[in-house]
Design a protein around this ligand. Sequence first.
Ligand code: ADP
Ligand code: MG
Length: 263
Amino acid sequence: MTTVVAQAEPVLRVDHVSKAYPGSPPTVALSDVSLDVREGELLAIVGPSGSGKSTLLGIMGTLDRPTSGRVLVHGSDTTTLDDAALSGLRSVAIGFVFQQFYLLDGLTAWENVAQGLLYRGVPSAERRRRSVEALERVGLGHRLAHRPGQLSGGERQRVAIARAVVGAPAIVLADEPTGSLDSAAGAEILQLIRELNRGGTTVALITHSEPVARAASRQVRLLDGRVTRDDAGGDAEIAAAASAPTADVEDEAGAPSARPGTP
Ligand code: ADP
Ligand code: MG
C-alpha cells in the first residue's frame, strides 16, 4: 500500500530564472536561479552589492519579468499573465517593504497603510479599521494621524511594514528594510519582522549584511547573480545584528529606480 503525503505548494517558486539587462554587452544580473519559499518561512537573501538581490526581489514580486525561467505563486505560473492580471495578483498576494519606505508625504500614517488595500475593493470604513489594526500590530497605535515627516525613520518603516501586511499577503518581500536606519532602529525593525513571522507571515528579507541575514532561519547566498548556498541555520539573536556596523548604503545601480509608492 502506498501512502501519499501531500506536500503543500511553495508560496513562491523561482524556477531557473535568468535576467539580462539590455546593452552591449548585456548585463547578466541573474543566472539560473531556483528557489522555493514555503509558507511561514523567514528567509534572507544575502549577497554583496551588485549580486542581483534587488533584481531577484523585483522578479519574485512580479514587478519585473525574467528573461528566462518562471515565477510561480501558489503553483500558478505568473510569467504567462499580462500586466493587468499581474498587478491584480500582486495586490492580493505580495507585500513590499523597501529601504526608502516610499510613503506618501501628504497622507497620515493610517491613510498610507490604507493604500495597501486600495485595489481590493475594501469599503472605506473597513479600510480604516484594518489600517488602524495593522498600525497597532507594528506598535504605532499612538501615531495614526502623524504624517511621514513627523515620524522617525524607524517609525516610517513600521508604517511601510503595516502597509505591506494590512492585506494579509501570501508573502512579504523586504529589500534592505534596515538600510536607512541607525543600528538601534534597524534592530527593532528586524525584531518586528521576526514577530510578524512568528505570527504566520511569510517573509523574504533581502540584505547585503551578514548580521541582518542571521536574523532569519534560512540564508540564501547570491554572488554574481547565482545562488552559491542555501542553508538553514542562523536565527541569531537580534542583539548581534544591532551591534554590527550598519553601512547599509546602496550604490546607485542597486537602488530601485521605479519602485511604486504602493504595491
Ligand atoms: P544588488 O541589489 O544585489 O545590489 P542589483 O540586482 O541591483 O544588485 O544589480 C545586479 C546587477 O545588475 C548589477 O551589476 C547592476 O549594475 C545591474 N543592473 C541592475 N539594474 C539594472 C538596469 N535597470 N539596467 C542595467 N543593469 C542593471
Ligand atoms: Mg539592491
